[in-house]
Design a protein around this ligand. Structure first.
Ligand SMILES: Cc1ncc(COP(=O)(O)O)c(C=O)c1O
Length: 329
């Protein structure tokens, strides 16, 4: 029987789970690390899942109609996923992006016909960021209230407050992990940006087995801007959820879902990403390196001997070739 797809929207999800056998051996690990390779999505990141889900949810609710422009404010992967889905479905797309995001991301969105605007070039966002010492949530809220609410025929996606974001992880990422492991999973590890991945997937896995331990990753203190170090090398897409004002945590992050918060420094994420590229031939981004680093440290704990750890790897290393991640290669 022929198997021909008719839209990239049919290619989202169902990503493979890989045991990084050579890496386990090289590190003398006595627990299994299974990685969910989200770069198998049509635009090489986990964000394809939420891009499609948030667009189709809006279509169903009548919030997005033919001729509308899809608008988002994002540091990258969601913008790329949305740009592709918008192109495939015939919508216009406009995105506001943080200035320090790698050049590839801007180029890819433009290639899909999307319009990109830097935060520093949008007066309301730039002013709000300057006045709040870089508080994203506050800046986007101000932009939404002062600018977007007055514009017609747009759909503002807003991944940080859109319930379809954790919702699609509960509906797809969680069930895929459960089915592909036959329910044999002890620990689930994920990064936190919007919190959609850890919240939705964690919710599904715990509904199947409340003993599954959910570990949520946040950047270590030396990988976050501070007075002594205002511009550290950061882990793209990953943000703190503990030790910050509650208003800074997106509503898509369920703070009751995780059992352990795990801090990873950028250099540790880099090292893990570089290592696994050489041992197992998978090229991944910085946050994926952070997930592997956390999974490795968990695997080393005596109480986790013989356990199965599943880590979500959000995106491809190809999106980081102009960053410091693979500079040493
Ligand atoms: C590269 C990368 N890693 C990790 C994440 C975190 O995923 P989530 O937003 O589902 O918490 C994001 C998203 O912001 C991302 O772009």
């Amino acid at each position: 029987m022929a198997k021909v797809y008719e839209s990239i929207s049919q290619l989202v999800g169902k990503t493979p789970l890989l045991e990084i056998k050579n890496y386990e051996k090289e590190n003398n690990l006595e627990a299994k690390i299974l990685v969910k390779l989200e770069y198998f999505n049509p635009n090489q990141s986990v964000k394809d899942r939420i891009a499609l889900a948030m667009v189709e949810d809006a279509e169903k609710k009548g919030l997005l109609k033919p001729g509308y422009t899809i608008v988002e404010t994002t540091s990258g992967n969601t913008g790329i996923g949305l740009a592709a889905i918008a192109a495939a479905k015939g919508y216009k797309f406009r995105v506001y992006i943080q200035d320090n995001v790698s050049q590839e991301r801007f180029q890819v969105i433009k290639a899909f016909g999307g319009e990109t605007i830097k935060f520093s070039d949008e007066p309301v966002i730039a002013k709000a960021l300057a006045e709040s010492n870089g508080d994203f949530v506050a800046a986007i809220k101000a932009f939404r209230e002062q600018v977007l609410s007055k514009e017609e025929n747009i759909f503002f996606v807003d991944q940080v407050s859109n319930p379809a974001n954790p919702g699609i992880h509960e509906a797809t990422t969680g069930p895929e992990i459960w089915e592909d492991t036959d329910g044999d999973v002890d620990i689930f590890v994920a990064n936190v940006g919007t919190g959609g991945t850890v919240s939705g997937t964690g919710k599904f896995l715990k509904s199947k087995n409340p003993d599954i331990k959910v570990v949520a990753i946040q950047p270590g203190p030396n990988s976050l801007p501070s007075e002594e170090n205002p511009e550290p090398e950061e882990i793209t897409g990953v943000h703190p959820f503990e030790g910050v004002d509650k208003e800074r945590v997106p509503s898509t992050m369920d703070l009751s879902i995780y059992d352990e918060k795990f801090e990873v420094e950028t250099y540790q994420a880099f090292e893990a990403a570089r290592k696994v590229a050489k041992t197992d031939g998978i090229l991944i981004g910085t946050s994926s390196g952070a997930a592997i680093y956390a999974a490795t440290e968990l695997a080393k704990r005596p109480e986790n001997k013989g356990k199965t750890i599943v880590a979500v790897l959000p995106d491809t290393g190809l999106r980081y070739l102009s960053t410091n991640l693979f500079k040493e290669v």
